[in-house]
Design a protein around this ligand. Sequence first.
Ligand code: PLP
Length: 483
Amino acid sequence: MSALPERPPAGTAGPTDATGRPRSGRGPRAGATPASALDHLWLHFTDHSAYPDGSGPPVIVSGEGARIRDSAGRTYLDALAGLFVVQAGHGRGELAEAAAAQARDLAYFPLWSHAHPSAVELAERLTEHTPAGLDRVFFTTGGGEAVESAWKLAKQYWRICGRPGKHKVLSRAVAYHGTTQGALSITGIPALKQMFEPLVPGAFHVPNTNIYRAPEHLRHDPEAFGIWAADRIEEAIQFEGPETVAAIFLEPVQNAGGCFPAPPGYFDRVRAICDRYDVLMVSDEVICAFGRTGGMFACTGMGYVPDIITCAKGMTSGYSPIGAMIVNGRLFEPFRTGRGMFAHGYTFGGHPVSAAVALANLDLFEREGLIDHVREQAPAFRATLERLRDLPVVGDIRGEGFFYGIELVKDTSTRQSFDEAECERILRGYLSPALFDAGLYCRADDRGDPVIQLAPPLIVGQAEFDEMEGILRSVLARVPEML
Ligand code: PLP
């Protein structure tokens, strides 16, 4: 894989950015500091009371490769690719230039009864990588919209097929699928939903594939656990009534809860169950696509064929927002032949600039062999993280490709987790700031059991794996003192 081009050394904030390049547009934005960030900005998923007077969130001003730099001039290893997004790394001039070129040609046009070349080409390019049959692309601006679109499509598709009762959806416990009301209903994290009830009715949840927390008798038998977990889906379909279930949403590797890969045989069995009951299988690849787990689309590498793929994040490596719902042609057929119109869309869905950047990103993936790089380096990444198992708080290390979760426990022999107060003290009070101060941007999360999530840009190698392990080791070693 080729190295990133050399850049001039970092300068101070001013007319150039932190990598020494002249800043285009409206000139320097040197005024943003952690304190001023709180004057008017409302941060997402953020407890604003957590900032004592005069402090504020880190302000990230620039990035280069796998490094980011804050307004105080400190650099960090970006071990989360922003938010599972920046596959190609930061500071890629060619992606910025693709955006500029498209904006000059045609900055905007909607995909409402019109097309533009970038969307046409991108739809074609994406379907070169999808499993056979998934050849129709509906663009959105992000992942939650893709999930929302998939539920709406599933409802309308079954209605057109004369089965209007099929409107319910299934998904898995602790899974995150987005924040719009439909996607939030599909999300399986009660704490994110309660304040917004009543949500869209008809979303039901089944167990996820966390074998570390599986019933005792299944913990050491992945095949049996896979059968057990898939059969919970069949049970839920039968319980709700097959004539009422439209679709199931599953991530190839579930992110929330800390990277749950599927046990062997699981997806084959889920596919067979979906076929048996006419339930559409949606592979929510908002995180897993575009190389994250070692394939352009994760389902192809894992050997299953969904009816719908939802994707976003890494499609442009974050240089411009876009998402997509990619469907099997048979789901499009009734719409193609005039039996219905999908009365659904977004002003910015498939935005020309984003579509052009996505095309340039796909070119970059091919030219630099990013997917092969992930496949080749994944065993080394895993082996490096496995070294952390000697720490008394590391309960489990799991994931795939460049996508890992490290579950923290109070007692590795009993798998006892931390209670809520301990989580607060350890995750938010200690780990998040300590890891960041030590130069590692990643995520300490407790939407399920407490985990550290790692998903670096796909350009990293052994040097960065060692750096992550070293920082995690020094910070995690001190957790017992915090109890
Ligand atoms: N689906 C999955 C699996 C996700 O991980 C996410 C976001 O992290 C979403 C959907 C929602 O995507 P977005 O934040 O782009 O709306």
